[in-house]
Design a protein around this ligand. Structure first.
Ligand SMILES: Nc1ncnc2c1ncn2[C@@H]1O[C@H](COP(=O)(O)OP(=O)(O)OP(=O)(O)O)[C@@H](O)[C@H]1O
Length: 267
């Protein structure tokens, strides 16, 4: 699934939040969107998953104008995992994952044994098969996040859009989740806050600041101490990790950056 966004502009509450943003995700790539808090990552993703219609610009999926697709057509092509999904009514985990099958059904069509199999497989891929009958609202934040990813997998869309997919996950689950995304052979666009995980897993990155894409490229091209200072306001050293061959960023606190020791709280 090829995704192209061209010249997107979004204004919210009279404030220009995205300015002429463009990006491209090619079939099979895992593309990361990084930038400081409030830079416009979620707004850009919301435009792509059709929650927020841009004021200007064009988004296409394999050449088709996204906003000309029906909601069902769009949902067959694209699954979404959002930052926070508040839910008023309680469902079981199995019911939540089964919702991923809706775009493949006609109105009131019953769940088939094939739907059941797809949902069980999706739950087992995120390690949550033992939770199928648990109430969704009783789960921890990390468990909920894994169930929402299972629902996206059950949707069997060729494009996954994820807003901070590793939010709430402990480090082992973060690595497991990103490994899983890499093995799915789908196209992935994900907003990520952890720059080292973005460097390890993403084929390419887009960097956004104050609603504008400031640069894009492979992690090796994007991650320089200058970029990290300019965009995130943090001093850092960037080295190629000897085992992964990927850039690894060592951040400096304001205390360590100017050469002072930070050993003692009383110093
Ligand atoms: N409904 C809204 N009305 C007005 N301003 C909004 C609205 N939604 C978002 N914004 C503003 O748009 C800007 C971009 O927000 P957005 O949520 O896209 O940033 P983000 O990069 O995803 O941030 P974070 O990393 O903190 O999740 C912020 O300044 C935010 O306050």
């Amino acid at each position: 699934m090829n995704v192209t966004a061209q010249d997107l502009s979004v204004t919210l509450d009279k404030k220009a939040v995205l300015h002429d943003v463009g990006l491209q995700v090619r079939t099979g790539e895992l593309v990361g969107l990084i930038g400081p808090n409030g830079s416009g990552k979620s707004t850009l993703l919301k435009s792509i998953y059709r929650v927020l219609k841009p004021d200007a610009g064009l988004i296409s999926l394999d050449g088709d104008d996204l906003y000309r697709l029906s909601p069902q057509q769009a949902a067959r092509r694209m699954a979404v995992v959002r930052q926070e999904s508040s839910m008023e009514v309680d469902f079981t985990v199995a019911e939540i994952v089964m919702m991923g099958r809706f775009p493949h059904k006609r109105c009131w069509e019953a769940d088939t044994s094939e739907d059941q199999r797809i949902c069980e497989e999706a739950l087992s891929r995120v390690g949550m098969q033992a939770f199928a009958q648990r109430s969704y609202l009783s789960l921890s934040g990390g468990e909920k996040q894994r169930v929402l990813i299972a629902r996206a997998l059950a949707q069997q869309a060729k494009l996954l859009v994820l807003d901070e997919p590793t939010n709430h996950l402990d480090i082992r689950c973060q690595l497991h989740m990103l490994d899983l995304l890499k093995t799915l052979r789908v196209t992935v666009l994900a907003a990520l806050h952890d720059l080292n995980l973005a460097a390890m897993y993403c084929d390419r990155l887009y960097v956004i600041r104050e609603g504008r894409i400031v640069t894009s490229g492979t992690p090796e091209e994007v991650f320089t101490p200058e970029l990290i200072r300019d965009v995130f306001g943090v001093e850092a050293d960037v080295m190629i990790h000897p085992r992964t061959g990927k850039p690894h960023i060592f951040f400096m606190s304001e205390r360590t950056a100017d050469g002072r020791q930070s050993g003692s709280l009383l110093a």
